[in-house]
Ligand binder design. Structure first.
Ligand code: CTP
Length: 402
């Protein structure tokens, strides 16, 4: 039996489990929060599973909201926090490969855990810190294995999105996919066609932002999952190129999508078309298009401060990061100097100030100094003059002599 100390995030929810237990029912922490605790990762949300039926949960707590009662979920409100409490359940057939046609509430934890997707996601944690591991999840966590619970074909027929989750977790945790599970993903990949784009996008984004996206993408290609994502049908280029990249790690959604687009598309129009097909937000599409332009300029060696500024790049670091990843030959210092020379939005950002004019150029405090700074500022803002001290000093001297 494995015992662990409950992390802080669980301490807050203790009271919920205690109340359910005092009412004579079983209650456990389940799902991703147990997996992440055992891996020492930060927790997002805490899910609770119980043998109490939804009506019984509502009797135990004063404040509840029906957030998914047909699937057994009631949200319990406590001191400004909300906790999702879901009744142990089994799921019937899945005709649309997405949602079970019906769920059946049960009293047995084992029945609830055995309908879950992966062994590492089928662990439960009691109030006393006891880990309940009925399907070898602890061993798989130790070995770094992504493995389906029971018969993988059944798990994927129940919910085809689980195949995306399988490759996503391989990337997110940098785990290997167990052989039988991988084979089942390849055999059932065609089922992905029935899944809504929005749901696939959530998993794809988590895959890109994982610890080892190359691993997830390789799984995605090897199992042919990509062939059944309509949004990817025209993108085989990206799948040929990504596995050959040496290092791959994305710090955010924009850089991740920029690289995917950059490796497979030729122009802005195609970027917009692809991201719209993926149902990405307008903000994301605009940011990716900006980065896409920056990369095109970097590649042909034409990037300078003005280009960076006019295309409204979200951040200079971002362009550097993606450019490094693609291995573009470029002179870092030139680009960094250009960045410093970006046009300014207000006087404070000007590379020259009154102090420089007085000390270096022997200006005397007075109206000429103010006028000179204003003129320089206008020229820099309009792009006529680069925001570099040496250039601005030349301009100031000229104004002084005029
Ligand atoms: N689950 C499942 N099949 C799915 C989705 C979820 O069996 N298609 C189960 C798993 O036990 C999972 C739990 O429901 O751990 C909670 O699912 P969810 O919150 O979607 O994902 P997490 O595993 O918690 O992972 P993350 O929060 O990192 O997305």
């Amino acid at each position: 039996m494995k015992l662990i100390k409950l992390p802080l995030e669980f301490q807050k929810a203790r009271i919920i489990l205690e109340k359910i237990r005092n009412a004579g029912f079983e209650a456990y922490f389940v799902g991703g929060s147990v997996r992440d605790t055992l891996l020492g990762l930060p927790l997002h949300d805490v899910d609770i599973a119980t043998s109490a039926y939804p009506a019984e949960v509502k009797q135990i707590f004063k404040k509840t909201v029906d957030t998914g009662i047909e699937h057994g979920t009631v949200t319990v409100l406590d001191h400004g926090d909300g906790y999702e409490v879901t009744t142990f359940r089994t799921e019937s057939t899945y005709q649309d490969y997405r949602r079970p046609d019906s769920v059946e509430f049960v009293r047995s934890l084992e029945d609830d855990l055995k309908r879950r997707d992966l062994t590492i996601n089928a662990l439960a944690l009691s109030l006393d810190g006891e880990v309940i591991d009925l399907f070898g999840g602890l061993e798989d966590l130790k070995k770094g294995l992504i493995k389906a619970v029971g018969n993988p074909n059944e798990r994927y027929h129940e919910d085809a999105l689980r195949m995306m989750r399988t490759v996503r977790f391989a990337s997110q945790l940098d785990f290997e996919i167990e052989a039988t599970t991988l084979k089942a993903v390849a055999e059932n990949a065609y089922l992905l066609e029935k899944i809504a784009v929005e749901r696939i996008n959530v998993e794809w984004t988590k895959l890109l932002l994982g610890k080892n996206p190359k691993k997830g993408i390789t799984g995605f290609i090897e199992t042919q999952l990509f062939a059944y994502c309509p949004m990817f049908k025209t993108m085989d280029q990206v799948f040929k190129k990504i596995p050959s990249l040496e290092q791959l790690h994305f710090n955010n959604e924009v850089t991740a999508w920029t690289l995917v687009c950059y490796l497979s598309l030729d122009n802005h129009k195609q970027v917009s078309k692809l991201l719209k097909a993926w149902k990405c937000s307008n903000e994301l599409i605009a940011n990716v298009q900006n980065c896409f332009s920056a990369l095109a300029l970097l590649k042909i060696g034409q990037i300078d401060a003005w280009n960076l500024y006019t295309i409204g790049l979200p951040s200079f670091e971002m362009a550097n990061y993606v450019a490094d990843m693609l291995g573009f030959p470029r002179d870092m210092t030139t680009i960094q100097d250009s960045y410093k020379a970006l046009p300014i939005k207000n006087k404070k950002e000007l590379a020259i100030n009154g102090g420089n004019l007085i000390k270096d150029l022997q200006f005397t405090p007075g109206p000429l100094l103010g006028k000179t700074l204003n003129t320089i500022e206008k020229k820099v803002v309009s792009g006529e003059l680069r925001n570099e001290l040496s250039l601005l000093e030349i301009a100031a001297r000229k104004i002084q002599n005029d």
